[in-house]
Structure formats: structure tokens, C-alpha cells
Design a protein around this ligand. Structure first.
Ligand code: OOG
Ligand code: NI
Length: 461
């Protein structure tokens, strides 16, 4: 029998193999990431593994896919459910970008600590919003919805196998093999000719709309390895002549603890695609839809920590536009050094980030009574704090990644009221709860606190 985590790990590995064949620059990115990770491990030893074992980090990937309708998204949820991946977080990218990005998103990922340690594969999944009048008028909306309703992204056999794997939490080897084949196939780039006129109609609104609704299939549009030193990786890729986008998104490089998520990418590459003209003739064209991205993960922030992060981002924006001559990264670092706690201890004490706590092996045995309060327990050597790694995404960085890979700005009519979507709407559409990432991290932290209290015979405060 093949368990869900084995299915997930095998799916991630096969997707990676497929994507490496389709997009050779991805293989370079994976190779350079591995080199960087080996060097960091050599230099830092055990410290390099505080946010995940080296075997986890080496295998770690996230992918991104985009679908067109609530039904397609619900089918995606069934497929990922088979692999032990659940929808976490709601992201509205319609507002987060300067260009037109008419999508809302969630991320499918494992949620419990053991499953994450086995294989943390996650997929950022976006759904087009044809009903949003800021992007689509009534006529285009109805043509788009009709087009989407006629296509089938996932064969029924795949969905049936997926439901079985989810219900039984495992599959016999033959069925597992079939599930994996069909699932990987569903995310390959289709050789089917693209209807040129239709694609271009959507492209005028948004390149993302064309990528999603202009074709009859979906595809994985990037697969992202995790690296332990993203600044070093950026330099090495640039040295190899690969043109990266001009920034690393997310927190700046600085001497304090890494928090949340830093990401960078190389631009989408032109790939040959067959194009069908209105008279039926097929010619060869090219589309830029797939790109490479890499990320470094830091400590998960609490709501308060996240509010501080968002506030600092706003201040960085403000200062950067007031002082166009100054490098954004310098402005960012200066602000962080002023406002962001410079140690894990402070992040924990100020309740800005999440940690798990373990009883120290070498805790005081001099008959003294353990103090109340976790900060004191840590300070006096009774317990250790281990940072919880951020497993999710950042809407602003996500929008930046979308945007840096769009061919044009597209159009968004801001006079119109946007259609309202939220996590509850999404939960209804996909018929399962979209989980709150903060609640998941808090649960992990609280469980460890409860255990420490119990081991020390303290009553939980
Ligand atoms: C998804 C972009 C978001 C990330 O890492 O933030 C993303 C997409 O391009 O479909 O993958
Ligand atoms: Ni990504």
C-alpha cells in the first residue's frame, strides 16, 4: 500500500522531473540551489537545519497552477486531498498588484508537523474571476464562462482514484501508479494549438486571463526549490548569465532572524506553441507563460508580527518613492534594523513569531521550582525554543511574481465595484474548509507549551 505522504512525495518528484524536461533552466536553478544549500550546511552545521532538516529542504518544492472556475478548483482540491494537501489561506491578488491580475488564490499543503517533515510539497492555486466587472464586461464574461464550462481539465478516472485515496488514506501500488500518471499528465503543457484570436482577446485584459482562459488545459507554471541563502543564489544565477528579476521579494537581507518568505525569479521564457488562425491554419508561435522561482523560508509571524511586517513594507514604499535615488534594499534594511527585533528571543517575548518549546535535557536540578511563564522558563534554561517555519505565501510577493512575468499591464476599470470573495466563499465553492494559517501555527505552539507545562507539573496559565 502507498500512503498519502508517499503519494505526495512521488507526485512532487515526478512533477519536478517533468518540469525539468520541459523547462531546462529549472534544472539549473535546482542545481545551483543544491550547491548553495551544501555550502551553507558546511559553514553553519546544525544551525542550517533549524528551520527544517536538510533532507526536507533539498526535496522541498512549491508549484503554482491556475484554473478558471469554482468547479475546476473543487476538482483540484479533490486531487490534492488525495495527497494529504489541504487548502490553507485566502489570497486576493486582484488588489495586490499594479497590473491586472484577476485571480483569487489559496495554497494546498500538508498541515500537521509530521506530514510537513515527511514532505512539505505545496501548490499555490489561483482561480480566475470572470465575474469581476473591473476586468470583464458582460459579453466577455459570458463568452469566457461558456468556454471554461466546455473544457475538462481532469479526467473522471483521476478524480475517482483521488477520492478513493482521500477516503482510504492510501492506495494499492497499481492504483497509486495510475493516479500519479494521470495527475502529472494533467499539469503538462498541452501541444494542442492555441486559438490565437481568443487568446489575444483575453490578453488585452490580462496575460493571466489568457494563460488561464485562453487554452483548453492547465499547466504547472513554475516549480520552486528552497534555498538556505537566497542572496548567494541570486549572485550565482546572475554569474551564470541567467537574468533574474531585479529584486528579491519579501523581507530584506539583514543580520537579524529570517522571517516569512523571500523569493526571486527569472523571467518567463518564450516557448514554441502551435497557434490556430481564424481560417483554421496552424502556424508556430511562442508564448511566455512559464518561469523559474526560488525561495528562502524564515520564521512564521503571528498576526502582530505580520502587522509589523506590513507596516514596514508601507514605510519602505513611502520612503522609496520619496527618495528615488536610494536603493530600496538599503531603505528596507535601515527600517528593519530600527523596528524589527534582532533576535529570536525578542520575537518570542514580544509574541511576534511562533515557536515550539521543548524541555531542556540539562534543565536545573538544584531543587529550584520552575518559574511560571514561558519566557522565564527559557531564560532560566528549563526549556528551549525552536522557531516554526513559515509554510505559506505572501500576497504582495505573489502579485510581484505574477506581475514580473506579465507581458503587458492589461486593463482594470477601477470605477467599478469588484466582486466580493473571501475564505468563506472559497470554502463553499470547494466544499471543504479553507484553513486559517495563524490558527495552524498557534495550535502547534500551544500543543508544545501544554506538553512542557505538563512535564514540569505546572498548571497551564
Ligand atoms: C502564482 C504566483 C504566486 C508565489 O510563490 O508567491 C506564487 C502564479 O504565478 O500562478 O507562486
Ligand atoms: Ni511561486
Amino acid at each position: 500500500m502507498i500512503s498519502q505522504w508517499q503519494l505526495r512525495a512521488a507526485f512532487a518528484a515526478r512533477l519536478s522531473q517533468m518540469y525539468g524536461q520541459e523547462v531546462p533552466a529549472y534544472t539549473t536553478l535546482v542545481d545551483v540551489s543544491r550547491e548553495v544549500n551544501e555550502d551553507v550546511l558546511r559553514e553553519q552545521g546544525a544551525d542550517a537545519e533549524r528551520l527544517g532538516s536538510i533532507s526536507r529542504v533539498t526535496a522541498e518544492r512549491h508549484g503554482a497552477i491556475r484554473v478558471g472556475t469554482p468547479l475546476e478548483l473543487q476538482q483540484v482540491a479533490r486531487i490534492f486531498g488525495a495527497l494529504g494537501m489541504h487548502p490553507v489561506g485566502f489570497y486576493d491578488l486582484r488588489e495586490a498588484a499594479a497590473s491586472a491580475v484577476p485571480v483569487i488564490s489559496t495554497a494546498f499543503r500538508p498541515v500537521d508537523g509530521e506530514e510537513l517533515a515527511r514532505n512539505p510539497f505545496r501548490v499555490f492555486t489561483s482561480m480566475l474571476t470572470p465575474a469581476d466587472p473591473r476586468f470583464f464586461d458582460a459579453d466577455l464574461r459570458s463568452r469566457l464562462e461558456a468556454f471554461l464550462a466546455r473544457r475538462e481539465l481532469f479526467p473522471p478516472e483521476l478524480l475517482t482514484l483521488a477520492d478513493r485515496a482521500a477516503a482510504e488514506r492510501e492506495l494499492p501500488e497499481d492504483d497509486a501508479e495510475r493516479l500519479l500518471q494521470l495527475a502529472v499528465q494533467a499539469f503538462e503543457l498541452s501541444p494542442e494549438p492555441v486559438d490565437k484570436a481568443w487568446y489575444e482577446t483575453l490578453e488585452r485584459i490580462s496575460a493571466v486571463a489568457a494563460d488561464i482562459g485562453g487554452v483548453r488545459s492547465t499547466h504547472i507554471n513554475h516549480l520552486t526549490p528552497r534555498v538556505l541563502d537566497i542572496d548567494d543564489l541570486y549572485r550565482r544565477m546572475t554569474d551564470r548569465g541567467i537574468e533574474m528579476i531585479d529584486t528579491i521579494q519579501g523581507p530584506p537581507a539583514w543580520k537579524g532572524p529570517d522571517v516569512l518568505l523571500r523569493q526571486t525569479s527569472f523571467r518567463a521564457l518564450a516557448e514554441p506553441r502551435a497557434m490556430r488562425a481564424p481560417d483554421g491554419t496552424v502556424t508556430s508561435g511562442a508564448l511566455r507563460v512559464r518561469f523559474g522561482e526560488v525561495e528562502a523560508r524564515g520564521i512564521a509571524l503571528t498576526r502582530e508580527g505580520r502587522a509589523l511586517y506590513d507596516e514596514l513594507l508601507a514605510q519602505i514604499d513611502e520612503q522609496a518613492s520619496a527618495k528615488p535615488g536610494e536603493a530600496r534594499s538599503d531603505i528596507a534594511r535601515a527600517l528593519w534594523e530600527r523596528h524589527m527585533p534582532g533576535t529570536e528571543q525578542e520575537l518570542a517575548a514580544d509574541e511576534l513569531a511562533y515557536f515550539t518549546y521543548q524541555l531542556a535535557d540539562d534543565r536545573p536540578r538544584d531543587g529550584s521550582k520552575p518559574p511560571a511563564g514561558i519566557s522565564e522558563l527559557v531564560r532560566q534554561g528549563w526549556a528551549h525554543a525552536e522557531p516554526i517555519v513559515y509554510e505559506d505565501f505572501l500576497p504582495r510577493s505573489a502579485a510581484g511574481i505574477f506581475q514580473s512575468n506579465l507581458s503587458g499591464e492589461g486593463t482594470r476599470n477601477n470605477d467599478q465595484e469588484g466582486t466580493a470573495y473571501d475564505a468563506a466563499w472559497l470554502s463553499g465553492a470547494i466544499e471543504r474548509d479553507v484553513l486559517d494559517p495563524y490558527a495552524l501555527y498557534a495550535q502547534q505552539q500551544n500543543a508544545s507549551l501544554a506538553q512542557v507545562s505538563e512535564q514540569l507539573g505546572l498548571t497551564p496559565s
